[in-house]
Every structure is written in structure tokens, then in C-alpha cells.
Design a protein around this ligand. Structure first.
Ligand code: AMP
Length: 431
């Protein structure tokens, strides 16, 4: 199948062929015609499957309701590199709103709209926290058709009266599961009050759980459910390896793997911001250029680190789950889980950073004995077993005493039962 069979207009087809896309990915083939029929959809698509274009293309197409001649003129003007006068659209209210959980994902989605829409007369804008609000207000004042936003900053702009959402025709929730995990439900409900109920709503989520279904009930009208991969499964083209190793030898093992195997552009996940900083600085001491990104870093620092990583100026990037959401790095081959995530679904998001759009990838998880229960949770959600291996020279030392793992160890269960019987509050989990 090629893109023209999906009913996309010539401007979009031209932009796609410039990108070198020859055929739609399965999620694109499944969603684009349905969205063009103006239906609401609820789509299960992991990151890396081409889901951004799956909603961006049909939204752009529906918004470009230009007469055929005007479309032709726009294409020809762009061909001739003539600056199209966009003042005709500058006073339009926002017509499409895309909500994303993180700044990085917002930037990626915005870039896609700009690229795919380059031969249309539509204007896209991006608003997220951590960047100058005045610049964003100015841009919104100049007229915007498509707005890509993170929920907090958008609410701020709504309360300042800087954005009018009363004419929204298409509302997209990208990575809805993550938005809910990050606690954005209150912001979402407030934003919905500013958006007309007569609209098309598209909900994309890597994973589905009760929370996502509850949200979908309040948002969508007779949605078409689209799932191209089995629910909650990881991209099959990603090879997954689990090395059992002592916690205090993980850092050494990471540096050894990257150095000895000559890996470049390695994305490493830690559970905490401090863990990310410590690991990055230790790896630098090992002679591997490494930076960290997490929520305590300024937007500028995050963008610089990301750009250095993209350009190959640094060998590895250490990230927390939230900061890494939405990262789209072409040809990223290696992901290392320095620690397994507490939330098993994050594992899917993490390894989805590699093996994108059909490329191959390798995800290595370093498992210390106290993380066994987390691996079991990952295996349960993937419905597959991930056998543990030992790397020669880094075999776990079984003579060491292993701290009982918090959640599911028998000792922990017994302790909780004793605490309940004694009416004690359960101890808080340390992160
Ligand atoms: P996404 O899931 O939207 O983050 O997209 C993952 C990657 O796939 C991005 O780098 C896209 O540029 C790329 N991509 C999207 N659609 C296609 C396609 N039809 N053919 C090849 N690459 C694509």
C-alpha cells in the first residue's frame, strides 16, 4: 500500500516523499482513513510505530479545506521557494489541539506537524512550561491553526486569556496513559471546559488500563478502537537481554559494555534524577562522554544534551522515565535499563526508544537480586519470559546478603500482614 491510497492530498504526499517514507506503517494505514471519516478513535500504539503521523496527517488534511486551485498554488509557491503570505490564516482561531505529557514529546509532535504541513497554509505552534510565556503569547496572538501543548502551560495560557479554544475541531491526546500517570487528570478536565463538545477526539495510548478507559468514556463519542499490536506488548524488533549483576557492579558493567562493544548513542535509564546525575558523572570519569537529562534540569540544558546526543557528540545519555518520554532519535540502537522501573509499563516505553519504525534495537536490563519482583511484573505485562544471563566477569556474588525486596518478597508480605494485624501504617516506599 502507498500513501496515496489513503486519500491524502498532494501537499501531504509531497512532504512525505521528501521525508523518504514510501509506505504507511500499520498504525497509519489503520487510523488515517478512519480519522478522515471524521470518527473518534482510541488507538493503541506504542511509540516508534509512526503514531505521530497517524494523527498529524489526517488532522492536517481535514484542516486544509482549501479549494483545489489554492492547494495547487501553495504547492507551486513552496516548490519555487516563494514565501507564502500566511496573513490569510493569521486571524483564525486554534482549530486543532494536541496534548502531550512532556515537553520533549510536544517538540517532536510539533516538528512533525511543521514538516508534514510545510506545503499547506496552516500554522502550528508549540507551548510548554520552562520556556518564555511571553514569546508563546506573542505567537498565539499572531494566529495559529494547530496548537501542540503540555497541559500545565496550556492552562496557564487559558487563564491569561492568551488562547481561545472555543473553535477547536480536532482534539488529540498523545500518550494518554502517560498523561494520566503523571497526574494530569485535573488539568485535562479544566482544559476540556474550554473546548467545544462538538469536535473530533483522537486518543493515542501505548498501553491501556482502567484509567485510560475511564478517561476515554468522558472524551470520546462512539470511538473506533484501533490496535495494531497486541495490547501492552513491546516492539518485536527489539532484542531484550537481562544480565543478572550485583547492584554495586552495575556502573562498571555499563562502562565495560559500551567501551568493549564500541557502542555509540546509548540511552540509559535510571529511576531517580540523582541516580542519573551520579551515573553520568561516573561514566565521564571512565572516559565515556555522557550527560544526564531529567526534570530538574532547565529546558535549555535538556535540549542541549539531547542535541549533543543526536549529533553523536556524546556517547551516552542517562535519563529518567519522564524526561525520556517522547525522545525520537533516528537509528537509536541501544537502550540500557540501569534499574528496572517501578512501573512495569515504563519498561515498554523505555525499550520503545529503540527499534523505531522497523529498525532493529537492543535493550539490555541490568538486574540486581532485589529487583527480581520488578522483572516478574515486566514479564507478566509482556506475557513472555525474559531469561536472566550472566556476563563473564560480572556474575552475581551469591555469598552476599541480599536485602529483602520491598514489595513482593515473602518477608515483606509477612511484615505487612503483621503490621496490618497490629494496626500500623505501612512504611512508605523509598525512591
Ligand atoms: P513515532 O511513533 O511517531 O514517534 O515515529 C517513529 C519514527 O518513525 C519517527 O522517526 C518517524 O519519523 C518515523 N516514521 C513515521 N512514519 C513513517 C513511515 N511511514 N515510514 C518510515 N518512517 C516513518
Amino acid at each position: 500500500m502507498d500513501f496515496s491510497e489513503l486519500g491524502l492530498n498532494p501537499q501531504l504526499l509531497k512532504a512525505l516523499s521528501e521525508k523518504g517514507y514510501t509506505e504507511p506503517t500499520p498504525i497509519q494505514a489503520a487510523t488515517i482513513p478512519t480519522i478522515l471519516e471524521q470518527k473518534d478513535i482510541m488507538a493503541g500504539a506504542q511509540t516508534g510505530t509512526g503514531k505521530t503521523a497517524a494523527f498529524a496527517l489526517p488532522v492536517l488534511q481535514q484542516l486544509s479545506c482549501l479549494p483545489v486551485n489554492a492547494e495547487k498554488m501553495a504547492t507551486e509557491s513552496a516548490d519555487a521557494d516563494i514565501n507564502v503570505n500566511r496573513s490569510t490564516v493569521s486571524d483564525h482561531p486554534v482549530r486543532a489541539l494536541v496534548l502531550t505529557p512532556t515537553r520533549e514529546l510536544a517538540q517532536q509532535v510539533y516538528r512533525s506537524f511543521v514538516h508534514y504541513g510545510k506545503y499547506s497554509l496552516l500554522r502550528s505552534a508549540l507551548v510548554y512550561g520552562g520556556a518564555s510565556v511571553n514569546t508563546q503569547i506573542k505567537e498565539l496572538g499572531e494566529g495559529v491553526d494547530i496548537l501542540v501543548a503540555t497541559p500545565g502551560r496550556l492552562l496557564d495560557l487559558i487563564s491569561r486569556g492568551a488562547v481561545n479554544l472555543s473553535q477547536i475541531e480536532h482534539l488529540v491526546f498523545d500518550e494518554a496513559d502517560r498523561m494520566l500517570d503523571m497526574g494530569f487528570i485535573i488539568e485535562i478536565k479544566r482544559i476540556l471546559k474550554s473546548v467545544p463538545s462538538e469536535r473530533q477526539t483522537l486518543l493515542f495510548s501505548a498501553t491501556f488500563d482502567q484509567q485510560v478507559f475511564d478517561l476515554s468514556k468522558t472524551l470520546l463519542r462512539s470511538p473506533v478502537l484501533i490496535e495494531v499490536d497486541a495490547r501492552n506488548t513491546a516492539a518485536i524488533q527489539v532484542e531484550q537481554i537481562v544480565y543478572a549483576v550485583d547492584a554495586d557492579r552495575k556502573r562498571e558493567l555499563v562502562s565495560h559494555m559500551i567501551g568493549a562493544r564500541n557502542w555509540h548513542q546509548v540511552l540509559i535509564f535510571t529511576r531517580t534524577k540523582q541516580g542519573a546525575d551520579n551515573l553520568a558523572s561516573e561514566m565521564c570519569k571512565d572516559g565515556l562522554k555522557t550527560q544526564s537529562i531529567h526534570g530538574d534540569k532547565s529546558q535549555g540544558a535538556r535540549e542541549r544534551a539531547l542535541e549533543d546526543f543526536r549529533q553523536g557528540h556524546i556517547r551516552a545519555l542517562v535519563a529518567t522515565d519522564v524526561a525520556a518520554r517522547g525522545l525520537d532519535i533516528d537509528q537509536l540502537k541501544y537502550v540500557i535499563n540501569y534499574e528496572l522501573p517501578f512501573n512495569a509499563e515504563d519498561y515498554i516505553h523505555r525499550i520503545g526508544r529503540t527499534g523505531r519504525a522497523g529498525g532493529s534495537g537492543l535493550a539490555v536490563s541490568l538486574l540486581s537480586a532485589d529487583e527480581n519482583y520488578l522483572l516478574e511484573e515486566v514479564e507478566a505485562i509482556l506475557d513472555t519470559s525474559l531469561p536472566q544471563q550472566w556476563l563473564p566477569g560480572y556474575e552475581p556474588d551469591f555469598t552476599k546478603e541480599v536485602k529483602p525486596s520491598r514489595k513482593n518478597s515473602r518477608a515483606a508480605q509477612k511484615q505487612r500482614a503483621r503490621d496490618r494485624a497490629l494496626g500500623k501504617k505501612p512504611a512508605k516506599r523509598k525512591r
